[in-house]
Design a protein around this ligand. Structure first.
Ligand SMILES: Nc1ncnc2c1ncn2[C@@H]1O[C@H](COP(=O)(O)OP(=O)(O)OP(=O)(O)O)[C@@H](O)[C@H]1O
Ligand SMILES: [Mg+2]
Length: 264
């Protein structure tokens, strides 16, 4: 064994999953709100397969996917999180599980669809990892076998959360949208520019991908006392029957969010 073997980086669930069953931890309130909004708009069961998207890398997609799953699981919803960030799969680390035996192995029939479902230590939350290296994710995403997997998960679970790669970097989201019911779109506070958000939202709109909600991540409460409670990374705007039927987010909607976020 190499002397220089890198110690497994502690991007552990201790650091990254803040939702707990007991007393609310600092920051977890945002996830509770997100979960409750999601439960509300999904009450008819038609919005259960969700792609978690953002314009750029490192905006908190994996973190939100994991915490939202744990939060939903605590309300007795059965949830599976699926790692569809084929280039930078990280969900397994957040849950402290092995990456092996995932979608890549399922695609080549090394293992069947039930074999790739891993139980996490969190109540009602299962995980499907990427598995081994995937050189051409698009080929997987357009395949019937992949679509069958998601259809199977849709039947088996109340929610299927798809952790995706950044919209402005990889076009996988277009293929993924064929199996999802819509997207949650994250914006990293103070980092992602309005133009980048607008570009990403235009891409989603162009491909008819409904944005079911927008969220702020990396919120710095010190910078804005007005939304001081939402450190956990959430500011949501949901479209439901009260506002008319579900609609696609427009750039104007996102600008409104951006404006709130940058307000001093
Ligand atoms: N709400 C938050 N506040 C502060 N830091 C956060 C928040 N959410 C995530 N982070 C941290 O930011 C980093 C990136 O988060 P994460 O991996 O979830 O982003 P991502 O969008 O999935 O990135 P990638 O596109 O590379 O997969 C991590 O170190 C994570 O711990
Ligand atoms: Mg990620």
């Amino acid at each position: 064994m190499s002397l220089f073997k890198r110690k497994h980086k502690a991007s552990s669930r201790r650091e990254r999953i803040i939702v707990t069953e007991g007393a609310a931890r600092f920051g977890s309130y945002g996830y509770t709100r997100l979960r409750d909004n999601l439960l509300y708009i999904s009450a008819d069961g038609n919005r259960k397969v969700l792609q978690i998207e953002s314009a750029l890398a490192k905006e908190g997609k994996t973190t939100v996917t994991a915490n939202l799953a744990v939060s939903l699981g605590l309300t007795n919803k059965k949830v599976v999180v699926v790692d569809l960030d084929f280039r930078r799969p990280r969900l397994h680390r957040v849950f402290g599980l092995a990456r092996e035996n995932g979608i890549a192995e399922y695609m080549v029939n090394t293992i069947d669809r039930d074999g790739i479902i891993k139980h996490t230590t969190y109540k009602n939350v299962d995980l499907v990892t990427r598995g081994g290296t995937v050189y051409n994710p698009a080929l997987i995403l357009v395949s019937e076998k992949f679509k069958e997997l998601i259809a199977y998960l849709r039947e088996k679970y109340d929610f299927v959360l798809l952790d995706c790669a950044p919209v402005l970097q990889v076009s996988d989201y277009i293929h993924i949208s064929k199996v999802s019911d819509g997207a949650l779109f994250l914006v990293s506070y103070g980092k992602t520019t309005k133009a980048q958000v607008a570009d990403a939202v235009k891409e989603l709109n162009k491909n008819d991908i409904p944005v079911l909600g927008t969220l702020f991540t990396m919120y710095d409460r010190k910078k804005d006392a007005r939304y001081g409670y939402s450190y956990g990374g959430y500011y949501g705007k949901y479209y439901d029957e009260a506002y008319g039927d579900m609609k696609k987010a427009t750039v104007a909607d996102i600008e409104e969010v951006d404006e709130i976020g940058t307000k001093k």
